[in-house]
Design a protein around this ligand. Structure first.
Ligand code: GLU
Length: 488
């Protein structure tokens, strides 16, 4: 195995974008990236798009953008090129055909004429007899007459790999020694009758031709590894030139089932729309199944690169916890400089029609951001937090509209209005002092009952930035006008 250790590390991220990339994909990409960067090796980004009905150009483009947005770069692949391209499998079809034909010529593979219906009928039999399901080897050694007959019937063969008796053994860098007995790995299809390659053929051929040394990928692909190794062997690759495998543990949902659309698995695009920062997503996913030790919760990309080793990847499943991701996102938001916070907040405010993006508006946003920085966990919350500053009249949400009409609230707002009308120094400290004097000290109200109605009157909602700071930002005239409107 000496060779494997001396080779320059080449990892690859090889998604089949049949939709937007999701948490599981990105966790894999992040680990591939971190491993390549940690070792000073190369990261290859390969698009596995042989299924052109499900993988579209749009999804490919979105996958590229998502990785870029997250700050994950690659050394070879779409947009950057490289010596072992093309990096889209749909542009490499002749390579797969060449190898499938070579395997037939060498006796490693054969044409299989069995129809889908015949295969299904035989599988049904296997089930009845409690036998392991899978191809029974019927076409392994057809005579010239058999072939002539099938041809005359107009049957088009698939190309099937011959799995020899025995077993495949390899050392998974995370799971240790893994053995697959071949009686459970039946002869498998390499190419469909229409000449299109299957995943197992394309992935294995490419990993060899692209000189991949380390395959880090999801555990769901563990069982395809013996088939891929079989392809390497048929290609004539020496065992010391096989890539290492490291199968990353599943990501589970909160309900302990494998993360899927049903239990919260959504695309990274969704997290982006919600205002999760790329550094928070990477930070959180980095710790999903890997840890540099102790109870580390915060990690920067630089630290990840410095500390990442496959040995520290956990072999048991990791649990996805939205609350934790949100907490990390809040931390990252609080860590932003105001300028950075501003440039990330503006797209949300513009998209949600809170502002148009004019200079004067931006100045208001800038002055308001410090008062909400402590209070939000997702960037998308800036919309709700700051909208009150940019509307002529507040629009109450249903609950708030009902509350503000109640008699006690009306009384509180009227009193607040009176107390503030003569206030000269419109600063949050003096606004607070004036309101406390009347509502808490004189009327003896609890803070929530005192300030709640005022908050609704001024911002339209019971969820808002700190009240007195909000009123200062809004200005005296507009604040008083809103209090007046609420008591009418
Ligand atoms: N293209 C495969 C997928 O998206 C992954 C290939 C691999 O990592 O081996 O599931």
């Amino acid at each position: 195995m000496g060779n494997q250790e001396q080779r320059e590390v080449r990892t690859r991220f090889a998604p089949s974008p049949t939709g937007d990339l999701h948490v599981g994909n990105i966790r894999t990409a992040l680990f591939d990236w971190a491993y390549a960067r940690h070792t000073g090796g190369k990261l290859i980004f390969r698009i596995e798009d042989t299924d052109r009905e499900r993988v579209t150009d749009e999804y490919i483009q979105r996958a590229i953008e998502t990785l870029q947005w997250l700050g994950l770069n690659w050394d070879e692949g779409p947009e950057v090129g490289g010596a072992y391209g093309p990096y889209l499998q749909s542009q490499r079809l002749d390579i797969y055909t060449h190898w499938a034909k070579t395997f037939i010529a060498n006796g490693d593979a054969y044409n299989c004429y069995c129809s889908t219906e015949e295969l299904e009928a035989r599988r049904e039999k296997q089930r009845e007899l409690n036998q392991a399901p899978g191809y029974d080897g019927q076409c392994r050694s057809l005579s010239a007459e058999d072939i002539a007959r099938y041809d005359s019937e107009g049957r088009k063969p698939v190309i099937r790999m011959r799995m020899p008796d025995g077993e495949t053994r390899f050392t998974d860098l995370i799971r240790g020694e893994v053995t697959f007995e071949h009686k459970y790995v039946p002869d498998f299809v390499l190419m469909r009758a229409d000449g299109s390659p299957l995943y197992t053929l394309a992935v294995a051929v490419d990993d060899i031709l692209m000189k991949v040394t380390h395959v880090l990928r999801g555990e769901d692909l563990l069982s395809s590894t013996p088939r891929q190794i079989r392809v390497y062997q048929a290609m004539g690759v020496a065992p010391e030139d096989f890539p290492f495998f490291a199968h990353l543990p599943f990501v589970m949902g909160q309900d302990n089932a494998k993360l899927s659309k049903r239990n919260g698995e959504v695309s990274i695009a969704w997290y982006r729309e919600q205002g999760f920062l790329p550094e928070a997503i990477c930070n959180y996913l980095a710790l999903l199944g890997w840890s540099p030790g102790d109870d580390v919760e915060n990690i920067s990309m630089d630290e990840l690169v410095k500390l990442f080793t496959v040995e520290r990847v956990n072999s048991s499943p990791a649990r996805f916890d939205m609350k934790k991701l949100e907490a990390i996102n809040g931390d990252k938001i609080r860590a932003l400089t105001i300028d950075d916070f501003l440039s990330r907040a503006l797209p949300f405010l513009i998209k949600d029609d809170v502002i148009k993006g004019e200079e004067a508006e931006i100045a208001v946003v800038r002055s308001a951001l410090p008062i909400i920085q402590e209070r939000i966990a997702r960037m998308s919350e800036v919309t709700q937090m700051l909208r009150f500053l940019f509307v002529n009249e507040v629009v109450f949400d249903e609950e708030s509209a009902a509350k503000v009409k109640e008699e006690p609230a009306q009384h509180v707002i009227a009193q607040a209005l009176q107390a503030l009308e003569n206030l000269v120094d419109w600063k949050h400290e003096s606004i607070e002092a004036a309101l406390r004097a009347i509502l808490i000290e004189k009327l003896g109200l609890k803070p929530r009952l005192a300030f709640g109605p005022v908050r609704i009157a001024v911002t339209g909602s019971h969820i808002s930035p700190p009240l007195f700071e909000s009123m200062e930002l809004l200005g005296k005239e507009r604040s008083l006008a809103r209090l007046k409107a609420a008591v009418q």
